[in-house]
Ligand binder design. Structure first.
Ligand code: HEM
Length: 467
């Protein structure tokens, strides 16, 4: 997808209009009257802070029927240039909406910040193997079997146990030790490109930073990355919500899992014989004292970490830099005040998150706002919409690197909160900090920006910049 990146970017910074609106809960095609302001968790706080909620209009040029809006959100061409406005429209007409769209699993769809926070913390809403089954294809394939061992598809208590075993490798203190290495790597990447006056910021920079870091953290020799990248692409295309599993794709994703599994098994065996200072050695050590951590569990965890640990961060570095290039005043402010880097990172995460959605399933009947989410029903959190909720964020479509109190949904909340959040933050801070300081004249040709069609993992395929 190319060209109308300009429209997409305008959309990302779109200014809301004047008129106000009320919203509705809807079940299927029949809206159920419900004043959205009534349950607003933040209304009192906004009033106390003297903050006026930004009014977002009903857009005449967009559909008003909730499922029609949702269809457009999930259609890469249909949402182009309009994603944020579509999010606003859906939140305005039906903030809690039970969709009838079969291919999405007829989920309840949440677009408000407060509802998304509720869903992430509600114990009756869980993540399990149904999410993998929903991707389609052979339910007994090696791909599906390995995916179902990953912690993001496992509910408590097993999930709690796995997090407990793996967590020590990802605490802020552990991760902070990587900072000097990340910094050096980033400086070297910029050194090799500086004289060229141009690069593809995705391929030549944003992709390279998390890839090197996740390899170092896990213990993958960097020279092996070209092999792993092929398998990684095989897995990535399968978790794309717009993909239809063809026999060729089934074969690619199984090949990817075989490749990954064989490779990581050989590294596990090597570290068992000769431990090093890396995550594989640590997990092998943990395994000695834990009868419930098999090699298969470690392999699934390593694949998950490799996937989750580089694609998302690549997207954020690229989309974050793009957002800054689109907002020269904020960029200049950041250049002049590097002390704003941590806050700017949070604002960039809020502004255009790489993980736009998550799905949970009800493990029991759950009462919420006079409605019942029935056991087995799916709940879809639109993170990008929650991050732009005017009830939570004053002037939500404005990029403001000095914004206060940025509690975004980009890393999730609750039990499945992103395990790699500290690492991601560190990499983003170092990457954006170095780019803004060392390449002050950077410019982007918006016509050449390429977006991926996936909404779930929304990233860029190309971001050509010059200086
Ligand atoms: C900007 C970068 C990143 C973003 C936006 C991001 C976002 C997220 C989100 C939203 C979730 C929760 C998904 C859900 O509830 O459905 C998640 C989970 C997870 N993330 Fe990240 N992530 C990022 C970077 C990383 C990195 C660098 C790693 C590892 C090194 C990582 C590892 C994980 C893991 C293992 C989980 C599953 C946690 C669980 O189920 O308990 N992520 N991430």
């Amino acid at each position: 997808m190319k060209a109308s990146a300009t429209a997409h970017l305008q959309d990302m910074g779109a200014s809301p209009g004047e008129a106000g609106s009320t919203g509705r809960i809807s079940r299927g095609r029949e809206p159920i009257g419900f004043d959205i302001r009534e349950p607003a968790a933040y209304a009192d706080r906004n009033a106390a802070a003297g903050t006026r909620m930004t009014a977002i209009p009903i857009y005449d040029d967009l559909p008003v029927e909730p499922d029609a809006i949702l269809e457009q959100i999930f259609d890469a061409a249909g949402r182009e240039g309009n994603l944020v406005r579509l999010y606003h429209q859906l939140r305005n007409v039906a903030p809690i909406h039970q969709s009838q769209i079969e291919r999405l699993g007829r989920p309840w769809v949440l677009t408000r910040h407060s509802d998304a926070a509720w869903a992430a913390r509600e114990k009756g809403l869980i993540k399990d193997g149904r999410l993998v089954d929903q991707l389609g294809g052979d339910p007994n394939s090696p791909f599906v079997t390995v995916m179902k061992r990953m912690m993001n598809f496992i509910p408590a208590p097993r999930h709690t146990r796995l997090r407990h075993l793996i967590n020590p490798g990802f605490t802020q203190r552990t991760v902070e030790r990587l900072r000097p290495g990340v910094r050096t790597h980033i400086q070297e990447l910029i050194d090799t490109r500086l004289a060229d006056g141009q690069m593809d910021l995705v391929r030549d920079f944003a992709y390279q930073v998390p890839l090197a870091m996740i390899c170092e953290l896990i213990g993958v020799p960097f020279e092996d990355t070209h092999r792993i990248e092929v398998w990684s692409r095989g897995v990535l295309e399968s978790v794309d919500e717009v993909a239809i599993v063809t026999p060729e794709m089934e074969e690619r994703r199984n090949d990817a899992i075989f490749g990954f599994s064989g490779y990581f098994q050989s590294l596990i065996d090597a570290r068992r014989a000769d431990p090093k200072e890396d995550l594989i050695s640590r997990l092998v050590e943990v395994q000695r004292g834990a009868s419930d951590l098999t090699d298969e569990d470690i392999i699934a965890t390593l694949i998950l970490l490799f996937q989750a640990g580089h694609d998302t961060t690549t997207s954020l570095i690229a989309k974050g830099m793009l957002a800054l290039l689109q907002h020269p005043t904020e960029l200049a402010k950041l250049r002049a005040r590097p002390d704003l880097l941590k806050n700017a990172t949070e604002e960039l995460l809020r502004f255009d998150t790489p993980v736009q959605l998550s799905i949970n399933h009800a493990d029991e009947d759950i009462a919420y706002h006079d409605q019942t989410i029935q056991e087995g029903e799916a709940v879809l959190i639109l993170r990008g919409a929650a991050n732009r909720d005017p009830e939570r964020f004053p002037d939500p479509d404005r990029l403001d690197i000095e914004r206060e109190d940025i509690e975004h949904h980009s890393f999730g909340l609750g039990a499945h909160f992103c395990l790699g959040a500290s690492l991601a933050r560190l990499e983003i801070q170092e990457a954006i900090g170095a780019l803004t300081q060392r390449i002050p004249g950077m410019q982007v040709d918006l016509e050449k920006v390429e977006y991926r069609p996936s909404l779930h993992l929304q990233g860029l395929d190309a971001l050509p910049v010059t200086w």
